[in-house]
Design a protein around this ligand. Structure first.
Ligand SMILES: [Zn+2]
Length: 359
């Protein structure tokens, strides 16, 4: 386990923000917030430990006209494998410290078979991935985002930790596991600098994340499982109950609604907002209405200033918040749509390991 002191993490965060910087730039008043002597010592130490690497020289603006060596975050060491386990597909990226994607792959997620089966699947896929990865890349850890509660039923919150320990033992890498949508909410909190919001993510599965007072909340372990709040409807859910929100607004459910409204049977539900036909309008209205009901209940309980609906529907779905507001007046002006980027969930998983190196 690598342990960095606060000033080292400040320097790494500064480099991540700037891309490259020289020691004088890091020590400058608008730099990383450490003095010259500290910067000199710590940058050398970070270089020896493989966190930073030389990235050329830049003319020094100061007195002597000499050129200053610039540094960047390492692109080959302390990399992380970020894995996103979704209902149907499990996808992984190998991410460098500087956020660069070095490798990407995906496979089918097996059906929900409890914590044992999930552990076996993750250990097996990890072994295969590690064998396939370039050998000159040093992988320090593995971050996994998984829809755990649904996958392991009523397991105790410690199930995350036990699973991580097992995977660490079989892979020989440090391992952290988090609910996938909680991890994503944490990424959004940092990236978009938002301090208070409730996030609902709509993919094959539907999940939630709760950020209040600039902190992700898990309650006693699994808070934020918005996909499994009850709605109208009685369809069976992978979690074992019936009528969950996921069975009404998850992508397979939206495909069903579109089809039942007369739309093409093979239409991709992610295109729902790019289509102008009547069936698409019906399915959009269904989504907005069910979200209005679920978010309206949450609004009454938590009164958050902002709801984020994260989806794969593209920019046209920015019309969704206004539609939701038509079904529930109190939500008007409080809902924002954000599009989930292709690697966002995998980056969120990777962050579970990389976050220890940054402030
Ligand atoms: Zn459910």
């Amino acid at each position: 386990m690598v342990h960095l002191i606060d000033n080292e993490r400040r320097i790494l965060s500064f480099l991540r923000e700037r891309g490259t910087a020289s020691k004088p730039e890091i020590a400058a008043p608008d730099g990383a917030g450490c003095g010259w002597a500290t910067v000199t010592k710590l940058v050398d130490r970070l270089e020896r430990a493989g966190f930073v690497e030389p990235a050329g020289t830049r003319p020094r603006s100061g007195r002597y006209g000499r050129s200053a060596r610039v540094y960047a975050l390492s692109s080959t060491r302390h990399c992380v494998l970020g894995i996103d386990v979704e209902r149907e597909t499990t996808a992984g990226v190998l991410l460098a410290l500087d956020g660069r994607v070095l490798w990407q792959n995906e496979c089918r997620t097996p059906g929900c078979g409890g914590v044992e089966a999930l552990g076996r699947f993750l250990s097996d896929s990890l072994r295969r991935s590690l064998a396939a990865l370039p050998k000159d890349i040093e992988i320090g850890g593995v971050g996994i985002g998984a829809p755990l509660p649904a996958a392991i039923g009523r397991a105790a919150p410690q199930a995350y930790a036990r699973l991580a320990d097992r995977i660490a033992a079989t892979s020989g890498r440090s391992c952290a596991i988090e609910n996938n949508v909680s991890a994503y909410a944490e990424l959004v909190r940092q990236r978009d600098r938002l301090t208070d919001f409730v996030l609902v993510s709509i993919r094959t599965g539907v999940g939630g994340g709760l950020v209040l007072g600039n902190r992700l909340h898990r309650g006693m372990g699994y808070a934020g499982e918005l996909g499994h709040v009850r709605t109208r409807g009685d369809r069976p859910c992978p979690c074992g109950r019936r009528g969950c929100l996921e069975t009404e607004i998850g992508l397979p459910a939206l495909a069903r609604v579109y089809r039942e409204a007369g739309g093409a049977a093979d239409a991709d539900p992610r295109d729902l907002f790019r289509r102008a036909d009547r069936a698409a309008a019906r399915a959009q209205a269904h989504l907005a209405e069910r979200l209005a009901e679920a978010l309206g209940d949450l609004y009454a309980v938590l009164h958050p200033p902002l709801f984020l609906v994260a989806g794969l529907f593209g920019s046209k779905a920015h019309a969704l918040p206004a539609m939701i507001g038509r079904y529930h007046r109190a939500l008007r002006g409080r809902v924002r749509y954000i599009d989930i980027g292709e690697t966002d969930f995998m980056r969120a998983s990777a962050q579970l390991y990389h976050r220890q190196f940054f402030t």
